[in-house]
Design a protein around this ligand. Structure first.
Ligand SMILES: Nc1nc2c(ncn2[C@@H]2O[C@H](COP(=O)(O)OP(=O)(O)OP(=O)(O)O)[C@@H](O)[C@H]2O)c(=O)[nH]1
Length: 790
């Protein structure tokens, strides 16, 4: 049958080809036909959002050149922008290219630099016809390696034009594209101008714009100049609210890789590094552009690799990199290349994957691998103890497979191979990167270094030359008031250092994080639209319950579903709770109480704030995240006093008071709860809401997603680590209420639950939403159980 298949395949290709020669069918239909034929069993997400790459600063522009050189090769686009003759443009080019009526392909990208040199090279270089001049923007002088200058000096001239170009390009597609920023954080332009650009784009497009980034820095072990260190720190701090996924790589690690993989001892240049980065970029986006037998596109990466929103710094690694001269000697099996990924000298950043654990990860294979080979490779990794996952995450990688093998630019010195793999992993070892930077800057600040004074002076001089210190007025976060704090680099650096130290602690603790300033303040910066109020706070007008679908027949009602949980008074006191949390978790203060107080301040415009109960009454705030699932995760002190009076009307008949049941200790404040432990989230419902909406946010250390529908019940999702075994059994006992979810379709409030969820999430969530997958999985699961139970 294999021979028959191949025979049919090639004869159909011949037939199509001769039809094209006779002009009886056009090229596009040829494409459709061959793709249809070739991709019979492949999935392909044509509805994916297109990308718009932003190449900022010298490194960004040079890496951009390498990226577009490779993408053109993969899509059969010539330097002139036309498809290669007799070789139609390949794959789903829409994700990356625009095409006009004459068949000219134009990259969806913007090149932006303060210094004109690198952009001039494109203007006169071999790819000059590929780009429109409107995509290439430069000024007359660089930022002098000074973040402040990049941040402020080009606001008047360069920035408005860059925003206008972004609008121009984004209007060419139906949906706002996903921005993919490529830059180095060490230079003044790559760091400062990038933040200003993102800030302007955010105010222009607000939360519709999702930003991913590929950031290059020198690396902790590399020769990082003091300026670069300071620029990187300031960039990390000030950009934290604007990006939703950040791939960080370091030049020092890539130079190592050149030595070990490409055997370039001393001969490696930025050109090699940029080509490696281009291959990495291509691998990350391959699923957006080519069909695959197993899908793992950027959206999948976001939902599988980012268990929590602030853990958005996955490491990325690709294997193998082989010198063109050494082809044939490389590791070519799926097992070989997968284990090469985990080796210390196989990384694109200075991290050692042996020091720490994976929290979540994805592997994207390209080329001639079979699903069984991949399974075998993963099994072998596990058996040999090469990968370790944290206890609270599922211990496996999301995998993707695209049949397009990795290509390499001819004469680049790097070989195109039949098979490659790319790892994207949220790994605790990334803490070392943040900690290294934070410690170095803290030392610098503590030493009262005169370097910082000269840095300030340089910033001031630059801004005089470039039009004076001006506060754009659009800056939002504390550190962004650059005009007002023009000279106060030290203050900003302290904040930045605290921020990175906090992030390092969250990563190195290998625990689910407590909330960060990022998330709590995200409303200001166009993040999630609203900070979620606990569903219990919204409990006012009781709605009629939906008719039971036979719960009693299916599951007995659990005793702990209603009533009052007796609690330890200490932990019920917000102040004490907060202090417990800050000391207990050992995280930065910004992740702790102050943040909560901010949320709870009277003027806070949280949704449903007028109805909100005091924190201690409903929130799982006192429950420490633990590496353990289940009831053991909570000590007595960590239980809560939960006033249930507000929802007592909704108590189902026969529900026992929780005093009767010791097991309710540790149960979150669910008056009316049902739920199930999925990989990461607990789902419970609240039938008392009176509004239609969905809220996403973080509060008290837990990510929430609540969906309220006036016509049906409401749903909330909590991380599984606040779920104990009793709650889980309640979940079963309340399963039929979950089935109400399925009935949303017939309620008139929403026509189709899945579509509705999708839509609402898309509207509410600016960035990738890890919860989304959990939501979908859970809905799917309930639907399946519903079908099974009849
Ligand atoms: N991987 C890679 N790194 C580069 C490249 N060019 C510069 N770098 C690194 O980027 C950092 C300097 O950033 P640049 O991009 O040169 O500077 P810039 O952003 O243009 O900022 P200004 O020069 O201050 O205007 C240093 O760490 C360099 O090692 C490149 O082509 N590839």
């Amino acid at each position: 049958s294999a021979i028959l298949y191949q025979g049919l395949r090639s004869s159909s290709a011949l037939l199509i080809d001769s039809a094209v020669r006779r002009n009886s069918i056009s090229r596009p239909s040829l494409l459709e036909l061959t793709e249809d034929w070739n991709n019979k069993e492949m999935s392909f997400n044509e509805n994916a959002r297109p990308f718009l790459t932003l190449h900022v600063g010298q490194a960004g522009v040079q890496i951009g050149n390498a990226i577009w050189e490779l993408l053109c090769l993969e899509h059969n686009v010539q330097k002139s922008g036309l498809a290669k003759p007799d070789c139609p443009s390949n794959g789903f080019y829409d994700a990356m290219f625009l095409r006009n009526q004459n068949g000219h392909f134009m990259p969806r990208s913007i090149f932006l630099d303060t210094d004109p040199t690198c952009i001039d090279e494109i203007r006169v270089g071999p790819y000059r016809e590929l780009f429109s001049t409107r995509q290439l923007l430069s000024d007359s002088a660089d930022s002098g390696f000074n973040y402040m200058r990049g941040r402020r000096d080009f606001r008047r001239n360069l920035l408005p034009e860059a925003v206008e170009r972004f609008r121009w390009l984004s209007e060419k597609s139906d949906v706002t594209p996903t921005a993919f920023l490529v830059h180095s954080t060490g230079g003044g332009t790559g760091s400062g101008l990038s933040v200003s650009y993102l800030e302007e784009l955010r105010s222009e497009f607000d939360s519709r714009l999702q930003v991913l980034e590929l950031s290059v820095s020198s690396g902790n072990s590399g020769l990082q100049s003091t300026c670069e260190l300071v620029n990187s720190m300031l960039y990390s701090y000030e950009s934290k609210d604007y990006t939703s996924l950040s791939f960080s790589v370091t030049n020092s690690a890539m130079f190592n890789l050149c030595r070990s993989g490409l055997s370039l001892y001393g001969g490696a240049t930025f050109a090699h590094l940029n080509r490696m980065l281009a291959m990495c970029f291509s691998n990350l986006t391959v699923m957006e552009r080519f069909p695959g037998t197993m899908m793992c596109n950027i959206a999948n990466i976001c939902s599988n690799v980012l268990p929590f929103k602030q853990l958005k710094h996955p490491i990325v690694a690709c294997a193998p990199f082989t010198a063109a001269s050494a082809v044939g000697k490389e590791r070519s099996s799926a097992i070989g290349i997968t284990s090469a990924l985990m080796e210390p000298d196989g990384q694109l950043a200075d991290v050692d994957l042996r020091q720490g654990k994976h929290m979540a990860g994805a592997l994207i294979y390209r080329g001639a691998a079979k699903t069984a080979d991949i399974e075998q490779a993963l099994l072998s990794l596990r058996e040999r103890g090469r990968v370790q996952f944290v206890d609270w995450a599922p211990s496996s990688f999301k995998t993707g497979l695209s049949e397009l093998p990795p290509l390499a630019v001819p004469d680049s010195g790097i070989a195109g191979l039949p098979l490659s793999v790319t790892l994207v992993s949220n790994h605790s070892a990334v803490a070392s990167l943040f900690r290294g930077q934070s410690t170095a800057v803290r030392k610098l600040v503590e030493a009262g270094s005169c370097f910082l004074r000269s840095y300030e002076t340089s910033a001031a001089n630059g801004s005089e030359a470039g039009g004076g210190f001006e506060d754009s007025g659009s800056s939002q976060s504390a550190g962004h008031n650059v005009g007002g704090r023009g000279g106060n680099i030290v203050g900003l650096l302290k904040e930045a250092s605290d921020h990175l130290e906090g992030l390092a602690q969250v990563y190195s603790s290998e625990l689910p994080p407590t909330p960060t300033g990022q998330q709590a303040n995200s409303e200001d910066s166009g993040g999630p639209k609203r900070i979620v109020a606990s569903p219990m706070s919204r409990a006012t007008a009781a709605k009629p319950r939906r008719a039971s679908l036979g719960r009693e027949a299916l599951f007995p009602i659990g005793p702990s579903r209603s009533g009052r949980v007796q609690a330890d008074e200490e932990s019920a006191t917000p102040g004490k709770v907060a202090s417990q949390q800050s000391t207990g978790s050992g995280t930065d203060e910004r992740f702790g109480p102050s943040q909560m107080q901010e949320l709870d301040s009277p003027g806070e415009e949280a949704v449903g704030s007028s109805e909100m109960k005091p924190e201690s009454q409903y929130s799982p705030v006192a429950m420490q995240p633990s590496q353990e699932y289940g009831a053991t995760a909570f000590s007595e002190k960590e239980t809560l006093t939960i006033e249930r009076s507000d929802v007592s009307d909704n108590m189902p008949e026969g529900a026992a008071s929780p005093q009767d049941s010791a097991v309710t200790q540790g149960q979150p404040n669910h008056a009316n709860s049902w739920g199930a432990k999925s990989s990461r989230f607990f789902l419970y419902s609240d039938s008392s809401s009176s509004q239609d909406d969905m809220l996403v946010g973080t509060r008290d250390g837990y990510s929430y997603l609540t969906y309220h529908s006036s016509a049906t019940h409401s749903f909330s999702f909590l991380p599984a680590n606040v779920v104990n075994s009793q709650v889980e059994s309640d979940a079963k006992s309340e399963l039929d209420e979950a089935l109400d979810y399925e009935s949303v379709g017939s309620s008139g409030a929403a026509t189709d639950s899945a579509t509705d969820l999708d839509e609402i999430i898309r509207d509410c969530v600016p960035g990738p939403m890890p919860v989304l997958t959990s939501v979908k999985r859970m809905v799917q699961k309930y639907n399946e159980m519903f079908a099974k139970e009849g």
